[in-house]
Design a protein around this ligand. Structure first.
Ligand SMILES: Nc1ncnc2c1ncn2[C@@H]1O[C@H](COP(=O)(O)OP(=O)(O)OP(=O)(O)O)[C@@H](O)[C@H]1O
Ligand SMILES: [Mg+2]
Length: 505
């Protein structure tokens, strides 16, 4: 082979073109070209023996119920269609049945941000144990490599399946922000490319063969050229998308208005007869979305063929403040678990009081980003603690409502309290004497420490330097530090010893 890359000056575009030509020439010349390829149009073989699926819709739904709050309708629809899809794959092929042109169970999910769309699909993929990839529809229109990018998702599925093409052919591809490839008709963005993405995607969603080798990936192109050089044959591996399940989702803002307009038009006709003055604008968006028809999606900017490939629609509801609190209280909730884990990494046991959770849920709700708001609400409060506590020897930290309300003061209080306690503990260890500080005295110690720009421990070490010896002289096992003692520590100790000796005289 004579790749004269150096002569071409490493222009990647030229190199890519050069490789393409080399490949085309060599494949044409190779007598065994395509010998190892799947014949186009071959249906994929039945699932491999290790793909043993017998889950029933209600079992999958019950599994989702353990993790996902609300969204009953979406859980039901997804559990049903996904179980049916995979159970059908288990059926032996029946020559009597004419399934050519049958429609797959691809699902469209509609819902606002942070209400569980991605979460549901990830849980399902984990439960079923099939490879899963997630892509973002906005990427396809942006890069310009329209077709290539969409197909990259299929190749990624093979990577997820650790190179096992057969397993990859039974995977799930989840594409988010699908509403962004609707041609808007308002001149923003290039509608031609959006319709192009839709067409490329619908080919995949139905059934097509995707070359494992990406036309955009220099390395894989070069590898192929070298392989032909070495072996004299082009081993073309293809992935059939016939059994890959596609789930797409988006927020579809504005679709509700299209639906309302259509329903209103119907209602006007109806109203003329009935004198009914129903106003649809008061309906929650999700109720309107549930009435979506193909014509609404087409008006929104989808090609009819594209809508036709998505026969099942699952609508997710916005989460209420109470739902957010339920999410936080749920034992398997990942928001709290992952935050605890962050602190555990520093040897700190983090706990949350229920009042703190209630406040956090209320704050998250105000952000209007669904459960995503929970993470940001918690982070906002905890970051100063996550920074400071690892440098201390604090091993336990309970997040209370008052800390949520004023994290800065909460952190100061925590550090001061810990500092004072460490003095009390050290005093007990060094002298065998237990000191007591009531609430008022504790506050006073902290204030004095702040005034003197010392830590409470430092201040007490200074103030009570002679107390170990003095209290032993007075034969005391415990002693209460009062505000009076704090104001005049030396005098208080002298008085104490004097009284003791006078009493014993
Ligand atoms: N209904 C729910 N029940 C329990 N937890 C949830 C729910 N919805 C969201 N969460 C939590 O919030 C996180 C973010 O949700 P998810 O990724 O599913 O959002 P999304 O609906 O895909 O939003 P986006 O449109 O922004 O991608 C999840 O990982 C999960 O921890
Ligand atoms: Mg998502």
């Amino acid at each position: 082979m004579n790749i004269k890359a150096e002569k071409m000056g490493f222009d990647s575009e030229k190199l890519r073109q050069f490789l393409k030509e080399q490949l085309a020439d060599q494949e044409a010349a190779s007598p065994q070209a395509d010998a190892a390829s799947t014949q186009a149009g071959d249906p994929p073989q039945p699932p491999s023996p290790h793909f043993d699926f017998d889950l029933k819709p209600e079992e999958l739904e019950a599994y989702l119920d353990q993790y996902v709050i609300e969204q009953e309708q979406a859980k039901g629809i997804l559990a049903t269609k996904i179980c049916t899809h995979f159970n059908c794959l288990n059926l032996p092929p029946d020559p009597e049945e004419d399934l050519i042109g049958s429609i797959k169970n691809n699902v469209l999910m509609i819902g606002p941000t942070g209400v569980g769309k991605t979460y549901l699909i990830k849980l399902i993929a984990r439960k079923i144990g099939v490879p899963f990839v997630k892509g973002d529809a906005t990427k396809f229109s942006e890069t310009g490599y329209v077709g290539g990018d969409v197909e990259d998702l299929v190749r990624e599925l093979v990577r997820e399946a650790e190179g096992d093409i057969e397993t990859a052919q039974y995977g799930i591809i989840y594409i988010d922000e699908i509403d962004k490839i609707a041609s808007s008709g308002n001149g923003i963005g290039i509608d031609v490319s959006r319709s192009g993405v839709q067409r490329n995607l619908l080919k995949l969603m139905e059934e097509t063969e995707v070359d494992l080798r990406s036309p955009h990936d220099l390395a894989s192109q070069m590898e192929s050229v070298m392989q032909i050089q070495r072996t004299g044959k082009a081993e073309r591996q293809k992935i059939n998308t016939g059994n890959i399940l596609f789930i797409v989702s988006g927020a579809f803002s504005g679709l509700d208005e299209i639906i309302a307009r259509r329903l209103n038009q119907g209602a006007i006709g109806f109203r003329l007869k009935q004198d009914d003055t129903n106003d649809l604008s008061d309906l929650p968006k999700s109720d309107l979305f549930r009435q979506a028809r193909s014509e609404d999606f087409m008006e929104y900017g989808f090609e009819s063929e594209f809508v036709g490939r998505l026969p099942v629609v699952a609508v997710l509801d916005p989460l209420s403040c109470a739902d957010l609190l339920t999410i936080l209280r749920a034992p398997k909730n990942s928001v709290i678990l992952s935050k605890k884990r962050d602190f555990r990494a520093y040897g700190i046991n983090l706990e949350f009081t229920d009042e703190a959770l209630q406040l956090l849920a209320a704050r998250a709700y105000e952000e209007h980003t669904g459960a995503r708001g929970l993470v940001s609400a918690i982070e906002k409060v905890l970051i100063p603690f996550e920074k400071k506590l690892p440098s201390t020897d604090i091993e336990h930290f309970e997040l209370t409502a008052s800390i949520v309300e004023d994290p800065e003061n909460g952190l100061t209080q925590l550090l001061d309290e810990h500092s004072l306690q460490s003095f009390i503990d050290a005093f007990a260890t060094d002298h065998g004497i237990q000191l007591h500080f009531d609430a008022e005295t504790r506050e006073l110690v902290k204030n004095m420490a702040h005034e003197q720009e010392k830590s409470p421990r430092n201040l007490c070490d200074n103030f009570f330097a002679d107390y170990g010896h003095g209290l032993k002289l007075a034969n005391l096992q415990e002693f209460a530090i009062t505000p009076a003692v704090l104001h005049e520590p030396q005098e208080a100790l002298n008085g104490l010893i004097k009284t003791f000796y006078e009493g014993n005289r």
